[in-house]
Design a protein around this ligand. Sequence first.
Ligand code: PEP
Ligand code: MN
Length: 336
Amino acid sequence: MIIVLKRDRQEVLEDVRSRLMAGGFQYNVLEGVKYTVIPVLGDLTTSDISRFRSIDGVDKVLRISSPYYMVTKEYRPKSVVDLGDGVTIGNNFQFIAGPCSVEGEESFDRIAAFLSGLGVKLLRGGTYKMRSSPYSFQGLGDEGLRIMKRVAKRYGMKTVSEIVDLRSLDFFLEHVDMIQVGARNMYNFTLMRELGKSGKPLLIKRAPSARLEDFLLSVEYVLLEGNEQVVLCERGSISFDDASRNAVNMAAIPMLKDISHLPVLLDPSHGVGVARYIPAVSEAAVLLGADGLLIEVHFDPSNALSDGFQSVNFEQFSRIFERTKKIQNCLGNPCF
Ligand code: PEP
Ligand code: MN
């Protein structure tokens, strides 16, 4: 960290010095013509640097190191999330696919049969839906999770579903292989901590208004509680442009892969929000080094109970699956 104060504020310098000494930091004092600059060395991960910022007379406080640690490559070079039975994320390209919502056993089975036939190992489906409108379909709740579990077992697949609050945690732990934290819940740190204690594999989505730093800090909560079975998911941010549902920052994929040891997935379905553009964006994600894709699939998107407009049909999904496989084969080693 670097602290900058006005040169003529001797009493402020003394205050800053005594606080730095009390905190056990190493520092230097460089007196310029107008300003005094104090480079500070020491572990600032757990320090609240805004305390220095709030001292009257301190002009600027600049953080040099990142405010998170456990999510970074300094902590660990690479992580692979293990869902059991040989299904992992982080060492081979994975698809998490399925409908936005579990609509019933028959329709869910039809989608699972198609996906498992292609070789997809991870089946998604929302049963507690965080819909923008209270009048929209809210999901089948616990019954939906029971359906997921039964159907996935039939096809030897692993399940991924979004939790919305702590009341259903025990039920999720018992019925789902990987718990999704949706974009709207990324800032729910109480939920993050409890999921951290659970040790369950997690798929955590970036909130639509979160900076990369906010996202990683939120994931740091989970790792601090001892759960390192986490996959990061980019799903687009809010933007002024309503041509797509969100603006997908494709650069976030190589950036997250560079900063963090955790696997990174792209969700083009919620990011782009228009089914016809999802194949092209999916292919780009492979080139950018993503560890996989989360894609909403439905046999009849125009009659889906939620997010039909962004759901690809079976034909579109098959094409994405085949073409991304070809790209992976050409690429060889991943970028990071
Ligand atoms: C979802 O995956 O069904 C979902 C609601 O996504 P998000 O939280 O990214 O909007
Ligand atoms: Mn959806």
